[in-house]
Design a protein. Structure first.
Length: 395
């Protein structure tokens, strides 16, 4: 399934958030203040963040300075819904922060609720080999959340959901875009990192660093990828979380040609196989593919051939469909290094078929580079499939 009509790699380039966004309402301190529903405390917090006097705030709201003082000291109460809505709008607060529930606010709450489900289902779709469907689901959600933030309503739940939606969109794009447009995927994940930093959310920061680093690697920015992934490994909140980073770091180190870092990382990852639960990325089959590719990337072709000739690891968990394609191509490359062109040709042919079915242009481009003039049949098949995918994306 192609992206929605009119959505092209160019149109998916993220635009910067509006300059007037009030990030301060999304901080942990602001969340504590807003949770009190105390208008006086909210007004004082706003003034403190912006360095405003009571007179400045009174001018902004169109009230008298003494009235602002009375509200902050709780000597006066503001109960009129129209006035509360005016204060909320002036301070770029959602109405519900001041106890107002209206149709627009109820609609916004529904967007948050269904947005959470959309992000989860899109990730399931991507992991199941339907990345283009994930893009189609996430793009409208990201656009709607960005419109909300551009209006100045930078609530914590909106920004947190926007970060995760952008991250999911960038990761899905990393599957469906050809190599020349993979920087777009990395830009989307980078935008999530900006939000995670502003929210001061360690768990979100770890997640974004991990996934952003992988998109940087796919875009060919290997040094930056290693930097982000190394930081993600350092920030990992648990052994399982660190295990989730290590395969990605090993791939980036191999692509960079950093033999010491690759060897340390793949060794640690293999050692942890018996210590943590396996996932679609962290499992013996995936690590075997990463090991082979890293050995080739660090110039150790003979060791890569020896690795391929060993007994295939026993699958311990269902592997995502795209990993099957990745593994076929890597084993095909190593088979060519071993002089087995017939076996490599069969592997590449199967990889082309599955990559076309799953709409994975980047993997088709890997086949093109690996086969060249030596294996004309899979090379031509990959070229035809890639041309077809590009035509569908441009439609």
């Amino acid at each position: 399934m192609p992206p929605p009509p009119g959505i092209t790699p160019a149109s998916l380039t993220p635009r910067p958030l509006a300059r007037h966004i009030t990030w301060h309402w999304a901080t942990p301190q602001a969340q504590d203040v807003l949770a009190t529903r105390d208008l006086g405390a909210i007004l004082r917090f706003h003034r403190q963040v912006h360095g405003q006097s009571q007179l400045d705030l009174a001018t902004l709201l169109g009230y008298d300075k003494t009235y602002i003082s009375a509200l902050e000291l709780r000597k006066r109460r503001l109960t009129d819904l129209g006035s509360l809505r005016h204060v909320a709008q002036s301070l770029s607060l959602p109405p519900h922060a001041l106890g107002i529930t209206d149709a627009a606010d109820s609609d916004h709450r529904a967007v948050i609720q269904f947005g959470e489900s959309t992000v989860r289902l899109a990730e399931i779709a991507r992991q199941s080999g339907h990345a283009s469907e994930a893009v189609a689901e996430l793009w409208p959600l990201v656009a709607r959340l960005e419109a909300r933030v551009d209006e100045g309503y930078a609530e914590h739940d909106v920004l947190h959901l926007l970060a995760r939606a952008r991250l999911g969109l960038g990761t899905a794009l990393g599957n469906v875009l050809p190599e020349e447009h993979l920087s777009t995927a990395a830009h989307w994940t980078a935008k999530s990192l900006d939000i995670a930093r502003r929210l001061d959310d360690p768990a979100l920061t770890w997640t974004v660093l991990r996934m952003h680093g992988n998109e940087l690697r796919k875009a060919g920015l290997h040094g930056a990828a290693v930097d982000r992934l190394t930081r993600a490994a350092t920030l990992a909140p648990s052994r399982g979380a660190r295990a989730a980073v290590l395969p990605l770091l090993a791939r980036a180190a191999g692509a960079l040609g950093s033999t010491p870092l690759f060897d340390r990382t793949i060794k640690e990852a293999n050692r942890m196989l018996d210590e943590v639960d396996h996932t679609s990325l962290f499992n013996p089959v995936a690590l075997s593919e990463i090991h082979m590719r890293g050995l080739v990337g660090t110039g150790r072709n003979r060791e890569a051939v020896s690795q391929a000739e060993r007994a295939a690891p026993t699958p311990t968990i269902a592997v995502a469909p795209q990993w099957r394609v990745i593994q076929l191509i890597t084993v095909g490359r190593v088979s060519m290094l071993a002089g087995d062109h017939a076996g490599a040709g069969e592997l590449f042919t199967n990889a082309v078929h599955e990559a076309a079915e799953q709409r994975l242009p980047h993997q088709l481009q890997r086949v093109l580079r690996a086969t060249g003039l030596l294996l004309p049949s899979p090379h031509e098949a990959a070229a035809r499939a890639l041309c077809q995918l590009r035509a569908e994306m441009a439609a």
